[in-house]
Design a protein around this ligand. Structure first.
Ligand SMILES: Nc1ncnc2c1ncn2[C@@H]1O[C@H](COP(=O)(O)OP(=O)(O)OP(=O)(O)O)[C@@H](O)[C@H]1O
Length: 252
């Protein structure tokens, strides 16, 4: 067994009295594509923020490439739902942010990878939401990160653009072989893209599911829909319990 690339070792995290994550143990291999799913507020983004060094655990350690995460690691990039592009910089300048030397050449190559090189001199505000997210993806990948953290990056996109972006992310992940951790509400997106799906409930890992399907994945394939069903049932099963507990509290 290879040494995991990312390790969460007995990680707990609280905000005041609220215990968001409880003793999380998660090993991620180099090059793996992992999705984290679970209902709103279960702590998905907190996991990403901990791995990115933006938050500190209350207990436990987070290791990347055998090194304890202290600040924001050099070779880790994060992409958010809102692309966070700088409106006063052109598309090319946004992608080139923080690069030295031949930044224009590097940024242009990164834009070619997301099929937006012809928009390089425009302002971000004239691009569609999907195009802005492609710029944001180029900006993350121009640094050739070994780990890409995706915090619901496609959440605000329409269904078709979302599908296109999923394909693009998969294509670039296959070509560049970075490790990816995706937080998503969309279980189908998780099944389409991931090697493993982690379901968080009550601050714990409720399910760690290996998706053994060849790529590219057809969503109409029976094996695909079966896996989708299994995960959806696990999510719903827990929510039904929540509802019952909620109802009891209301009636007692
Ligand atoms: N900086 C903070 N201060 C206080 N509470 C926080 C902070 N960050 C997160 N929380 C709380 O921790 C819990 C988990 O938040 P988190 O953003 O990780 O959830 P999530 O699963 O990503 O939710 P969503 O799917 O809605 O984005 C929430 O109850 C949230 O209010």
């Amino acid at each position: 067994m290879k040494q995991p690339y990312v390790q969460m070792q007995h990680v707990s995290k609280s905000f005041g009295e609220k215990h968001v994550l409880k003793n999380i143990q998660l090993d991620i291999q180099k090059g793996e594509f992992i999705s984290i799913v679970g209902k709103s507020g279960c702590g998905k983004s907190t996991i990403l923020r901990l791995v990115a060094g933006l938050e500190k655990p209350k207990e436990g350690n987070i290791m990347i490439n055998k090194m304890k995460v202290k600040g924001i690691p050099e070779d880790v990039r994060i992409m958010f739902q809102n692309g966070r592009l700088l409106p006063w910089k052109t598309v090319l300048q946004n992608v080139g942010l923080g690069l030295g030397g031949d930044w224009q050449e590097l940024a242009l190559k990164a834009l070619q990878n997301v099929y937006l090189e012809d928009r390089k001199d425009e302002w971000p505000s004239v691009l569609s939401g999907g195009q802005q997210q492609r710029v944001s993806l180029a900006r993350a990948l121009v640094h050739s990160p070994s780990l890409l953290l995706l915090d619901e990056p496609l959440g605000a996109l329409d269904a078709l653009t979302r599908l296109e972006m999923q394909r693009l992310i998969e294509q670039l992940w296959l070509r560049k072989s970075f490790t990816a951790i995706l937080v998503t509400h969309d279980i189908e997106e998780a099944v389409a893209l991931s090697d493993r799906i982690i379901l968080i409930e009550d601050g714990k890992i409720h399910l760690d599911y290996k998706v053994n399907l060849p790529r590219p994945r057809s969503r109409t394939n029976t094996a695909f829909t079966k896996i989708l069903d299994t995960i959806l049932n696990r999510v719903l099963e827990h929510n039904q319990l929540d509802n019952q507990v909620g109802n009891k509290q209301v009636t007692s």
